[in-house]
Design a binder for this molecule. Structure first.
Ligand code: PMP
Length: 296
């Protein structure tokens, strides 16, 4: 799925066949989770593939690198150019793009200066299901108070997401909602969370979540359509009264939720503000009409 025999990737300034690329088995990323990554989507348009909000994603990659004191020598503009070239070399239109910054040799001290940039692209359908999702409240917390910040895409942060996703799957759910140490809802395992009540959207404030680019896009669309969006802290109990809920993310786009912790939402998904946003997002972003909006 990630690569085929003729897939080309970008590694440390070189274009290589994926099958010829060599990784460092002793890298600090592999042994200690000290690497950072991001995920972008390109959409096929009449004038070739367009990457959705590339500069925002690469700025976030720089932020993630800075949280681990990793020096990234490529500017967001250079990274954007590499991403477009990557699509071209692989003849990809609709694609997912994964930049990953790895640290060199393993050592628990962070002073080893070697940094690797890998960029790969592959075809990836929407990551979450098209039908409505069943979600549980995870027993894993998003963040301990003295832990690495929750708003950065550091590889090691995602071991927690992997545990939460495995727990959810083993219990028959599609994904999980993670709480912070005060019991407030933060986000899904790799997606941001919204709920809707009386045509108002609520989402956790930034700080203890990855500041999703899809999240801010959806908030902008909702406000443009005249709906109120409120960033506030809330608990799973507050969700019992909700009309509906949904996840947002580059991989998932907008994914509607049927139930949380076995409690079903009663309003039909098609009758919600969330569904109008889902349609608008699909139309503007996925159906190539986003050229008139923010592109990179
Ligand atoms: N939360 C987490 C933990 C994520 O990993 C992601 C994906 N980057 C998101 C939210 C959604 O962010 P975006 O909309 O920028 O993909």
């Amino acid at each position: 799925m990630y690569f085929k025999r003729d897939t080309i990737l970008f590694l440390n300034g070189k274009w290589l066949k994926a099958t010829d690329a060599m990784g460092n088995l002793f890298s600090q990323t592999l042994h200690h989770g000290n690497g950072v990554y991001d995920g972008l989507r390109a959409y096929e348009t009449g004038t070739g593939p367009q990457i959705f909000k590339a500069k925002e994603h690469f700025k976030r990659l720089h932020y993630s690198a800075s949280t681990m004191s990793i020096q990234l020598d490529y500017t967001p503009e250079e990274l954007t150019q590499i991403a477009y070239k990557l699509l071209q070399k692989n003849n990809l239109g609709n694609a997912y793009i994964r930049p990953l910054i790895c640290k060199g040799r393993t050592t628990s001290s962070s002073d080893h200066p070697e940094v690797y940039l890998l960029m790969a692209a592959w075809q990836w359908e929407r990551y979450l299901r098209n039908d409505l999702m069943r979600v549980m409240v995870s027993s894993y917390q998003k963040e301990a108070p003295d832990h690495i910040p929750a708003d950065t895409k550091v590889c090691g942060n995602y071991t927690n997401s992997v545990l939460a996703a495995m727990e959810a799957k083993s219990k028959g759910f599609d994904d999980a909602l993670l709480l912070d140490s005060n019991g407030h809802v933060t986000e899904g395992t790799g997606v941001n969370f919204f709920y809707e009540k009386d045509e108002v959207l609520y989402t956790p404030p930034s700080g203890r979540i990855v500041p999703g680019i899809t999240r801010s896009t959806v908030m902008g669309y909702a406000r443009e359509m005249g709906y109120q969006v409120v960033e506030k802290k809330f608990t799973p109990e507050d969700l019992i009264e909700a009309d509906t809920a949904f996840f947002t993310g580059t991989s998932a786009e907008i994914a509607g939720i049927r139930s949380i912790g076995g409690h079903d939402f009663t309003i039909d998904w098609e009758d919600t503000v969330a569904y109008s946003l889902f349609l608008m997002y699909r139309q503007r972003v996925a159906n190539n009409e986003f050229r008139d909006f923010t592109l990179v």
